[in-house]
Ligand binder design. Sequence first.
Ligand code: SF4
Length: 344
Amino acid sequence: MIPQTELHSADWQSELRAAETDGTALLARLNLTPRQMGFSAVAAREFSVLVPLPYLQRITPGDPNDPLLRQVLATSEETLVKPGYSDDPVGETGDTIRHPGIIQKYHGRVLLILASGCAINCRYCFRRHFPYEDNRQSRREWLQALDAIAADTSITEVILSGGDPLLVSDQRLTELIQAIADIGHVKRLRVHTRLPVVIPSRVTPGLVSALTATRLRSVLVIHSNHARELDEEVGAAMRRLRAAGVDLLNQSVLLKGVNDRASTLAALSEQLFAIGVMPYYLHLLDKVRGASHFDVSEQAGKALIAAVSALLPGYLVPKLVREEAGQPAKSAIAPLATETADRC
Ligand code: SF4
């Protein structure tokens, strides 16, 4: 008999293998045409289309404005050259790389780049041009990265990132988390992932165990931009993690044509809370080449957050932030003045 963990693991991996990678075929499944949608094979060659079926099934067939489709379809807008947009908008390929596979941007925290890809290719991704090949780690380099963390007692939090770190097998994650827990000064483990949203079967018993059978406090930060991404299966996956004691947060990106309405953002926060996830950050778009058509201005972002604050209790309003290369922390952006602050 196949152990439960392997059974689940095979499930998510086969769902990943079956992902749609052809933009024309993706549109045909949705009763839409490449011409109607401005599909660009050139853009898809530079950054491939990748959409697993559990996510694809949440897109409404025949709707050219579907907010989930907009996040994953390569279009000709990506080929526009816009001033101010670069391949490395948050400065991750310079001094912040401390060691192959380790990025340090902020005091006390390091990012470990575990995987060189994702389960979905989000067209607005700030790492769409990141040189993953140069940061791919062999097992020896992985151990050296841990040695570098062990030698720096200022590091109290290790963040597993990627690509998507949950592309790594449960067994390897378990080994890695145990090795991190052996470093006495590290207190917290954070995992940044979109995989449980895209393929909820990724939340296997083995993963839950890897995150909880450790002295480290585990925080899982998912990435969801729209309430329709959070269906029953995603909700069930989040509840499994929460019931096991994993703290759950969400970060979103403010995206034109996806979630740039107060009612849409409020619905996302409501749905997150319903499945046990706290809204955390709403990022202004990082100005990465190929994503200018998603940009929402800072002024519009401030007005949106003020409008969301008028609809929701304060604890459901995410912090509006912008990441700027070389800054010691993310820059919080205050909403436009509102008279609706919570007092009780
Ligand atoms: S899942 Fe995250 S890292 Fe991967 S493409 Fe999407 S935004 Fe980028």
